[in-house]
Design a protein around this ligand. Sequence first.
Ligand code: HEC
Length: 202
Amino acid sequence: MSEVALLQLIGLSVVGLGIVILLFIKAMFVRVLGFVAMVLGSFSLVALSVPQMASLPPAIESFDIASVKTPDDLASIGQKIFFSKGQCALCHSIGPSESARCPDLAGVGAKLAPEFIYESLTDPQSYIYLDFRHEGLPEEYPARMPYINKNPIALSKPEIFSVIAFLQKMSGEPISIKVEDVMDMGQEEKSVKMASLKDGAL
Ligand code: HEC
């Protein structure tokens, strides 16, 4: 028997108990208890009839550097990160959107140099981008661009550069991020981790 069915059975017996008490017992206090049991039992039956869905954290995605051969591979990993782990799509749209709370990133890979995008992601407060879309004085956006290389998003350097490759690709730009450079960054981060492991720093 499934867990839900078991709980439903318990709820049903509680309601049944309440009905039996109300039918056969005269003592006032016990009758009140019986009534309460009936009400609570029916509430839980209603609650249990709502379809249950377990909410799980999103699957952890790791950057599989070995599978990357071309800049396009890099961009497609970047695209995955943009819509999942990087959480960029929570705030940014690509193309105009009514619900967007933050700058539209369409064409951003053509408008901004990769170095500038990298800075926008890792030091977001150095240039503040204002919202000119509405009437009146340009304002700051209602949300803040998070530090992408720090918690809670904490993308690694290769991950950040693949997102930049994606931004370039979706802007119709040639991808200027080099696969070898990203590989090197991956190696670097690994060796830094190894070194700090040896030092007992981690
Ligand atoms: C919590 C909301 C939020 C999230 C999540 C977020 N951003 Fe932003 N982003 C902003 C805001 C607000 C600005 C504009 C303010 C500023 O420039 O500091 C901005 C600015 C930018 C800019 C500069 C735009 C320009 O034209 O100068 C880039 C590029 C950018 N974000 C990319 C990203 C990427 C890539 C991700 C995911 C890895 C991301 N953002 C995640 C809110 C967010």
